[in-house]
Design a binder for this molecule. Sequence first.
Ligand SMILES: Nc1ncnc2c1ncn2[C@@H]1O[C@H](COP(=O)(O)OP(=O)(O)OP(=O)(O)O)[C@@H](O)[C@H]1O
Length: 328
Amino acid sequence: MTEPTLSLRGLTVEIPTRHGLLRPVDKVSYDIAPGEILGVVGESGAGKSMAGNAVIGLLNRPARIAGGEVWLNGTRIDQLGREPMRKLRGKQIGMVFQDPLTSLNPLLTVGDQISETILEHLPLSRAQARERAIAALDEVGIPAAKDRVDSYPHAFSGGMRQRVVIALALCAEPSLIIADEPTTALDVSVQAQIIALLKRLCRDRGTAVMLVTHDMGVIAEAADRVAVMYAGRLAEIGPVADVLGAPRHPYTVGLMGSTPGASRGQRRLTQIPGAMPRLGALPQGCAFHPRCPRRGLNCDVDPAPGLEADGDRSACWFPVSDSEQVPA
Ligand SMILES: Nc1ncnc2c1ncn2[C@@H]1O[C@H](COP(=O)(O)OP(=O)(O)OP(=O)(O)O)[C@@H](O)[C@H]1O
């Protein structure tokens, strides 16, 4: 078996507050293999971004990793200091965020930004780095890359800027990309192009991708496997075809019901009743039970079963069985 590029083992993030400890990420375990796209999905506040930020060492204080392990290509990285972590970002981990302008320096040409990153991580001359920058812009579909390499970020449209960010994220040949809502700020027509681009480039290079999104449509389009998060915990994880074809956790069923087109071509738009609880006010038992149509005896008492990396697919005492699945 190939070694996973990224491996989370019981990753736990805590935020100390006056009212006690909050756990926005609670014992989360999953692997991402080389060239694989893992979609991490869930409603706002589920802890998706916090898990990604923990991996890249960019948690905002007072949030901190309080337990578990993060492994990148066989090396444990959750205890690395600031400087080694900074080196890892860019070289081994590329990042694509929702707003391309947060990743781009408005005062530098796109060519200079890509060249700087290349020079920081690869042993090349300035001229070689510039050639690589042009090739990188060309590869992400910037028309006339040779002429546009000396343009500033503001001269590009939103979609083109996100292409530049993808070129920047990939230019030092990282083994992992963390893409956090990479298409949310873009026009619908551009979203699919950007997702297709990310997918193609990462497949070709064998780059693993953690794709954070609230959009089941993006998951269906791009991901190989999907991890569904609820209130800081993994609710369900598995191959996209399995999870979307036959969701087991009632929360996954609900999420699909509220996403047009995600559930096998049906356009069923039903909302999950209620809202995700605040972290400081999680109900006893399974955190989803107050909203769950399948809750049974003790769901309000017993915590949901944990999900180990290679164990069950859903963290539910009463998962939807194959015979209950609605035929396509
Ligand atoms: N400094 C803080 N103090 C208290 N709670 C916080 C703090 N920072 C983040 N949180 C909480 O941590 C939880 C996880 O946030 P996170 O941004 O990871 O969610 P998300 O699933 O990525 O949501 P979104 O899609 O809205 O970005 C949220 O409930 C958020 O309110």
